[in-house]
Design a protein around this ligand. Structure first.
Ligand SMILES: [Zn+2]
Ligand SMILES: [Zn+2]
Length: 99
């Protein structure tokens, strides 16, 4: 038997999802709690029919030019892939100088 860290109920191991990196091989939350957590998180799927304007370079591009971001309303990052990559590169350069 295993206790769920969320609802504090002791349940059979079959009531828990498997989790490979955990010591007992099981998730800390029971299936019911995992399901409750998952259904609460709203995920947005990208709408590939509409073009989107990047809020960095202000260019209107196809949705496929934006990285996916399911937490955003339109399912896409506010910045296009090019801008995201550029920002990553800048960050790496800044980090190098910080050291
Ligand atoms: Zn639970
Ligand atoms: Zn851009």
């Amino acid at each position: 038997m295993k206790q769920c860290t969320k609802c504090k109920q002791t349940k059979a191991p079959t009531e828990f999802y498997k989790h490979r990196s955990r010591r007992d091989g099981l998730y800390v939350h029971c299936k019911v709690c995992v399901y409750a957590i998952r259904s609460k998180q709203k995920k947005y799927e990208p709408d590939y029919s509409k073009k989107k304007q990047c809020n960095k370079c202000k260019q209107t591009k196809a949705p496929t030019e934006f990285p996916k971001k399911s937490v955003n309303r339109d399912g896409l990052d506010a910045r296009c892939k090019v801008c995201c990559n550029a920002a990553d590169r800048d960050l790496r350069i800044i980090k190098r100088f910080m050291r």
